[in-house]
Design a protein around this ligand. Structure first.
Ligand code: M6R
Length: 611
């Protein structure tokens, strides 16, 4: 989604380079145009361009203009097609105010009408954002902070807005409501941004701006104001992420790098939650026996890949903790009037912690009295801050749009939670608890070994990359992995792929299977292996090419499939952690052979901050 970078330092230059550099670090969020506003020569210079940041850079390099301060933006179109005119920054009529905006101003039509009919303002873009520039211009009487405050009082929706005024070149004012915003402390300079990676190179100390807060940033100060306009004290948050973690580090793509970071991410997520005796410790999360005994139902709420981790979580919670659990897509959960009361625990899963649907579902759950525990990767993100308890994944920054290491670390969190709940409730026998925990402990090594098989997956990718219809089937917990494998493939290779429970094939979908079909059959479950083989027979009988994924050993020896992918032997309960990895690699290599933009697939954004 859209990205924001603001910078204010000393001298008369630097802003151009620092802001474009920050914008490049936000490219992973997905965007279609970019722009920058610089305070220079008593005015504001605005440059913008549709397409990649490289297009904007060409324009900027051709000009000698620079500044000590500016705001930049990467846009992901919501209102109006990607175009130069719709790109941010937007300005008021005389160009004395410039703004960049993330989010959606829901009442922009009404505001546009008011600005047009009552103030004779004409609009240059189709965006909702432009109303903010005109309103700030209208209310401006020499005090940008005051004008921004008056503007937001008239706006409804979700937004992070950064504004500059030509008459006050030493200030940037920003405001946040339901869209991420941080302020960073630099050396003799300060920053604003929508996302931590934009600042990693320059600032490690940041302030997390809360909803309905306004922030005034100058070269030497960052002042945060609450909704009533009173200054608020905020603790500095120290970012521990390594700046290199957000670099490709020799890999062709972030996605491949992140696939290979999974053993380390899993080990870190596990180690953070195991004490010196190897017992699960949930420091900072309150789940006593008394509290758990009160919980009558659990909803796991998430979007996309995180919801697939939720499906595995449901299986683990019901099996190990024996509490009824449902997994819901966040965008559906919030509108379906689910049964929620104070005996309900909602577990939100989100890599970014900024997915609007997940955040809205979280708020809905809290407003109805549920307790919310979140599994989140980005420390200090909105989902993390608004939850009662947070279980962090320690995957490190995930840059590629296609989520990989976030998924496997989310799985670890869900297994740990389920085991902990079962143990604390006195339901899970000791030997069972230890058995699963020991299986989890073996995952980093098994994954490292599995990743050595990349050349084999690459060969399979060469055989199948021209296929236009791919089906993923599985049984039991393999259904969740099938859904994830299918999502991974479609989002980065644009192949039409579809995942379905193998037993459900014959109820309709098998009508689509023919000689042009490719079926990836997940057969990791020992107890369901024979049944899955029957499903393989069914699709083979209709001419499909079958790739089977099975455990090394008896299952993997079967000759019925055309190709076999093997994962290391492990217990049925924990196979998703291993089984998903060859599917991530398959998607990656297929997409690479098809010449796709792997890290930034078309139409997609890393963090989906609109409904
Ligand atoms: O940041 P979140 O985990 O909340 O994001 C949820 C989905 O948008 C995300 O998993 C998406 O499906 C990925 N592109 C999948 O690879």
């Amino acid at each position: 989604m859209c990205g924001i970078v603001g910078y204010i330092g000393g001298g008369s230059s630097g802003a151009k380079r620092i802001i474009t550099d920050g914008l490049k670090r936000l490219e992973y969020r997905g965007y279609d145009s970019a722009g920058i506003a610089l305070a220079a020569d008593g005015g504001l210079i605005v440059e913008k361009s549709v397409g990649r940041i490289a297009n904007l850079e060409k324009i900027l390099n051709a000009s000698s203009a620079d500044s000590h301060a500016g705001i930049g933006h990467t846009r992901w179109a919501t209102h109006g097609e990607p175009s130069d005119a719709n790109a941010h920054p937007h300005t008021n009529a005389d160009g004395s105010i410039a703004i960049v905006h993330n989010g959606i101003i829901e009442n922009y039509i009404e505001l546009k009408k008011w600005l047009t009919t009552e103030h004779g303002i004409s609009f240059r873009s189709e965006t909702d954002s432009e109303v903010a520039a005109h309103m700030i211009g209208l209310f401006y009487e020499g005090d940008l902070l005051d004008a921004v405050n008056k503007t937001v009082k008239k706006m409804r929706g979700a937004y992070a807005i950064c504004a500059m005024a030509a008459a006050e070149p030493d200030k940037i004012v920003a405001v946040r409501k339901d869209a991420p915003l941080i302020a960073g402390i630099g050396e003799n300079c300060n920053f604003l941004a929508s996302d931590i990676p934009a600042l990693l190179k320059y600032a490690r100390m940041i302030y997390l701006i809360e909803n309905n807060e306004t922030v005034l940033v100058t070269r030497n100060d960052i002042t945060i104001f609450n909704e009533a306009g009173k200054p608020v004290k905020r603790d500095v948050f120290h970012v521990t992420w390594d700046a290199d973690a957000a670099e490709k580090g020799g890999y062709d793509h972030f996605m491949r790098k992140e696939i290979f970071e999974q053993p380390a991410g899993i080990a870190e997520t596990l180690n953070r939650r195991l004490d010196e005796n190897g017992e699960i410790k949930l420091d900072g999360i309150s789940l006593t026996k008394q509290e758990l005994d009160r919980i009558e139902r659990i909803y796991i709420v998430a979007c996309g890949t995180a919801s697939h981790a939720g499906l595995v979580g449901k299986f683990a919670i019901e099996k190990f903790a024996r509490i009824p659990a449902e997994t819901d897509i966040a965008s559906e959960f919030r509108y379906r009037e689910p049964y929620i009361d104070d005996k309900t625990l909602v577990i939100c899963i989100s890599q970014s912690g900024e997915t609007l649907d997940t955040l809205a579902a979280l708020r809905e759950a809290k407003s109805k009295g549920a307790r919310v525990l979140s599994v989140v990767n980005v420390v200090g993100s909105s989902v993390a801050r608004e939850s009662d308890d947070v279980f962090y994944t320690w995957a490190g920054p995930e840059i590629a749009v296609a989520s990989t290491k976030a998924f496997t670390t989310q799985l670890i969190c869900m297994y740990l939670l389920a085991l902990y709940m079962g143990r604390t409730r006195g339901i899970l026998p000791d030997n069972e608890y230890k058995r699963v925990l020991s299986e989890l402990g073996e995952m980093p090594d098994k994954l490292t070994k599995l990743l050595e098989d990349e050349p084999k997956i690459q060969n399979i990718a060469k055989k199948i990359y021209k296929n236009e219809r791919i089906f993923f089937i599985g049984r039991g917990v393999d259904v969740s992995v099938a859904l994830e494998g299918s999502l991974k493939l479609k989002e980065i290779s644009y192949i039409h792929s579809f995942a379905i429970a193998a037993g459900e094939l014959k109820h309709g979908t098998i009508a689509l299977i023919d000689r042009d079909s490719l079926v990836v059959a997940l057969a990791s479950q020992d107890r369901l292996f024979e049944k899955l083989l029957s499903n393989i027979e069914e699709v083979k009988a209709r001419g499909a090419y079958v790739i089977m994924l099975a455990k090394t050993g008896a299952g993997g020896m079967d000759k019925r499939a055309d190709d076999v992918i093997l994962i290391p032997a492990c217990a049925d309960d924990v196979t998703p952690i291993l089984a998903v990895v060859p599917l991530q690699l398959l998607a990656y290599h297929v997409a690479k052979l098809r010449g796709c933009d792997i890290d930034k697939p078309k139409n997609l954004a890393k963090s989906v901050t609109v409904e």
